[in-house]
Design a protein around this ligand. Structure first.
Ligand code: 6PG
Length: 489
């Protein structure tokens, strides 16, 4: 009977959980997966809900009311194209296909154009929040024709996370806008995760004893041994930070992760995990898009770079014996207070969002997405991985000044950034003295410092370019383009 209101292709954890969420919200749902086990699991977990499993795509299509709404939650890449190819014979003009995976935005534009030739509508939708989010309420970033979105908005808004009763689902722009916004979300996610990891490393290695007032940086009296904090102590610190202005999903889960004991060894589980981080590509795509648009996002680039360096484990092991830790620097002089690390992290989080939003601004202008930053900040407040209390401030900053090019110029962040950059410098300096890599903190510090530097040494770069390539230069004292023939005379 063709009465299901929403279909799902791909019943992995994300697809199954999303579909159960749809059904739990009262929409009749049907799901398909090639795996019979996954179909069975859907029916078991969905017992008592209006959800069924279809054993093939023809049955899925036949079960859906017209126009059909079918979401795919399958791995990004060629699988999406193959599912579209398999679905197509079962679709009719007017049907809506939704890609809810982390697809690369140029693929989304291509797929929309392809399906349009067949009269099929296509929405590229970013879904964030992991398994739990999919089941209980994700953040949903919808891209495509707004009229098509009207057709699915009651379902997507119902299943999304809510903050103060407002759904964390919105149409963010045409074409590939949804996947572009999700990509930038993930870029910010990479930066925040790397910054948290660096904060953890600093606390662990030069975290120093808790001092109630003043800065301990530079103090010659703190002994090296006292700087070693346990994972449980660091978990307590993150939990405390999470109760303050750093309140966020990623800080919260960091505290939880650091408390976990390995059942096999009895050690802290995080200590038993190999230090090589994988990546599926969204962070790298964010860096690539930013490079193409000429927008600096160094903390995100640093996070991608650090995942790459982490993956070079055998080479790092080899090199660490060639270049053992620097021993003759005054390590005892680089103890950090928790508060300094907290401030550096908060400052860097602001800068990470600023980099992401400035990329969205450029993409909006250059690629015609017409992003509404207030709306994007609003739907990132709940459900997604980068949800954080500070998104309320970000939303307010864009409400006060909708044309804001870069959040760091907003008066709302003026005082936090002014004081925060001092602690950020201290944290980076401590890392440098102790030989602890702080790629993301350092990138953030340099981003903030460089953007606030009136005269950079790019004059010399202009001169060099003119010397070897006659690329010309501008002058400080008058308008025009100049070239010097006789640089070496
Ligand atoms: C989310 C996450 C999710 C996924 C990342 C992981 O918003 O729910 O970002 O999409 O966990 O894609 O990406 P990496 O494997 O690249 O870290």
């Amino acid at each position: 009977m063709a009465n299901a209101e929403f279909g799902m292709v791909g019943l992995g954890t994300m697809g199954r959980n999303f579909l159960l969420n749809v059904a739990e919200n009262g929409f009749a749902a049907v799901g398909f997966d090639l795996s019979a086990d996954k179909r069975d699991l859907l029916e078991q977990e969905g017992a008592g809900m209006p959800v069924t499993a279809a054993s093939d795509l023809a049955t899925l299509a036949a079960s859906l009311e017209r126009p059909r709404r079918i979401m795919m939650l399958v791995p990004a890449g060629p699988v999406v194209d193959s599912v579209i190819g398999d679905l197509l014979p079962h679709l009719e003009p007017g049907d809506v296909v939704i890609d809810g995976g982390n697809s690369h935005f140029p693929d989304t534009a291509r797929r929309e154009a392809f399906l349009k030739e067949h009269g099929i509508a296509f929405l590229g939708v970013g879904v964030s929040g992991g398994e739990e989010g999919a089941r209980r309420g994700p953040s949903i970033m919808i891209g495509g024709d707004p009229a098509v979105y009207e057709n699915v908005s009651p379902i997507l808004e119902a299943v999304s996370a809510k903050v103060n009763g407002e759904p964390c689902a919105a149409h963010v722009g045409r074409g590939s806008a949804g996947h572009f916004v999700k990509m930038v979300h993930n870029g910010i996610e990479y930066a925040m995760m790397q910054l948290i990891a660096e904060a953890y490393d600093l606390l662990k290695r030069v975290g120093g004893p808790t001092v109630s007032e003043g800065s301990s940086f530079g103090s010659p009296h703190v002994s090296k041994g006292s700087s070693q904090k346990t994972n449980t102590e660091i978990a307590d610190i993150f939990a405390e930070w999470n109760r303050g202005r750093l309140n966020s999903f990623l800080v919260e889960i960091t505290a939880t992760v650091l408390r976990k004991t390995d059942a096999e060894t009895g050690n802290s589980l995080v200590d038993m995990i190999l230090d090589t981080a994988g990546q599926k590509g969204t962070g790298k795509w964010t860096s690539q898009a930013a490079m193409d648009l000429g927008i600096p996002i160094p903390a995100i680039d640093a996070a991608v770079t650090m995942r790459q360096i982490s993956a070079q484990k055998p080479f790092r092991e080899e090199l660490s014996s060639q270049f053992p830790p620097i021993g003759n620097w005054p390590i005892d002089n680089c103890q950090l207070e928790e508060k300094e690390v907290e401030t550096a992290l908060y400052t860097s989080f602001i800068a990470a969002y600023a980099q992401g939003f400035s990329l969205l601004r450029a993409a909006s202008d250059e690629m015609g997405f017409e992003f509404d930053m207030i709306e994007i900040a609003k739907i990132w407040r709940g459900g997604c991985i980068i949800r954080a209390a500070m998104l309320e401030d970000i939303r307010a900053a864009f409400s006060e000044e909708p044309g804001l090019e870069n959040m760091i110029a907003s008066p709302r962040f003026q005082s936090s950034l002014s004081t925060g950059r001092e602690d950020l410098r201290r944290v980076v300096a401590a890392g440098a003295v102790a030989g602890i890599p702080t790629m993301a903190f350092a990138a953030t510090m340099n981003y903030l410092t460089a953007l606030a530097t009136e005269r950079l040494p790019a004059n010399l770069i202009q001169a060099q370019r003119d010397f070897f390539g006659a690329h010309t230069y501008q002058r400080t004292d008058r308008e025009g383009t100049f070239h010097t023939d006789d640089w070496d005379m």
